[in-house]
Design a protein around this ligand. Structure first.
Ligand code: NAD
Length: 321
């Protein structure tokens, strides 16, 4: 098997390869060639940790495996390690033998950024100019960097519950040569594309804060109870997702469905748009919303890509098991 350590991922993985890997696997999910296994997530009763597995099989890309890991809230304070920890294990689908072990921390950030980026590529108006951010934490910087590559944006606007964190995303905007403006939530009406990436359990962005024609990528809600945007927004938007089963149970759609504002039948797979079996955006006035819940197949796809790159560059460590 090959090992690709966490420390090597930054120099190996590019946003372009993450985008390509995630776009392909979303397409394979929609055509039925790839599927995610049920997610395991357990509070293990030690260090307040949440630990689990996200796995799947992609028959088109021949990726089989899982991401194991979770959240250790005391890591930074006690051990100087980041609180989110994960490792991806890939298996040879022909033999079942373990094929690779790959550091999953940076890959998780990159595959999540790639997901909203894929949604922007396929659903935002081509003439989108103003990029809006709701959220300014760790993941927000990755989402913004990847999003800015999808359209000719001229400006970034941002709102965050903790305004002192806004310089995190201002820096990314400025590095891309774009001006940044902090706005109140109703200032988001100026945005053509909005990415939300917060850990909120109550909506911040309301339907009245979003203009016709906007594309939203809601990326923070990945657990039962979390919510970033007004359920009424999903009722007026055309809703897309990575995985419908997750969108209705742990994504933004859980709230709109609970309030009878929409049904599961109103949600479309982003992969169908990629495959051309769903037309995607149909008018310049339509609000499109991507409910990005995060699936194991995304992790396997980017891990498989990084293993190929590591082997090509002679960086992958080969061990017998
Ligand atoms: P972080 O802790 O670095 O940042 C948290 C963000 O949420 C900050 O912008 C903070 O100001 C904001 N926030 C906190 N409390 C809030 C509240 N009550 N109302 C509004 N905003 C609030 O976390 P991160 O690593 O940037 O992750 C953000 C979210 O993204 C988390 O919920 C995480 O689980 C989720 N996530 C989703 C995926 C996916 O695939 N969909 C992948 C990775 C992370």
């Amino acid at each position: 098997m090959y090992i690709v350590p966490e420390r090597e991922i930054g120099a190996l993985m590019t946003r372009t390869s993450a985008f390509d890997a995630v776009e392909k696997v979303f397409a394979a999910m929609a055509s039925g060639e790839a599927y995610n296994f049920p997610v395991i997530r357990e509070a293990i009763g030690h260090e307040d940790a949440l630990y689990g597995f996200k796995g799947g099989f992609d028959r088109a890309g021949l990726s089989l495996g899982l991401k194991a890991g979770g959240y250790w809230p005391n890591n930074l304070a006690k051990h100087g390690e980041i609180n989110h920890q994960s490792t991806v294990f890939l298996f040879d689908p022909d033999t079942g033998k373990v094929a690779a072990m790959v550091g999953g921390n940076l890959l998780t950030a990159l595959r999540t950024a790639a997901a909203s980026s894929v949604s922007i590529a396929h659903l935002a108006r081509k003439d989108a100019k103003v990029m809006g951010m709701v959220g300014a934490g760790h993941q927000a910087t990755f989402q913004l960097r990847a999003a800015l590559e999808q359209r000719d944006f001229t400006k970034v606007i941002g709102w965050n519950y903790h305004p002192e964190m806004l310089p995190n995303i201002e820096k990314v905007a400025n590095e891309a040569g774009l001006p940044f403006e902090a706005v109140p939530l109703d200032g988001m009406r100026e945005a053509d594309v909005i990415v939300s990436i917060t850990s909120a359990f109550a909506p911040s962005l309301m339907a009245a804060h979003v203009s016709p024609g906007t594309h939203l990528a809601c990326m923070g809600t990945d657990t039962k109870g979390k919510q970033e945007v007004d359920a009424a927004l999903l009722a007026v938007a055309t809703v897309f997702t990575d995985e419908i089963a997750q969108s209705v149970s742990i994504g933004e759609a859980q709230h709109a469905i609970a309030q009878n504002l929409m049904t599961e039948a109103d949600i479309h797979q982003i992969g169908a748009v990629i495959n051309g079996t769903h037309p995607g955006r149909k008018s310049a006035d339509e609000i499109t919303l991507f409910d990005g819940t995060g699936v194991g197949l995304q992790d396997l796809a980017v891990a498989a890509a990084v293993v190929d790159l590591a082997i090509e560059k002679g960086i992958a460590i080969k061990v017998d098991v």
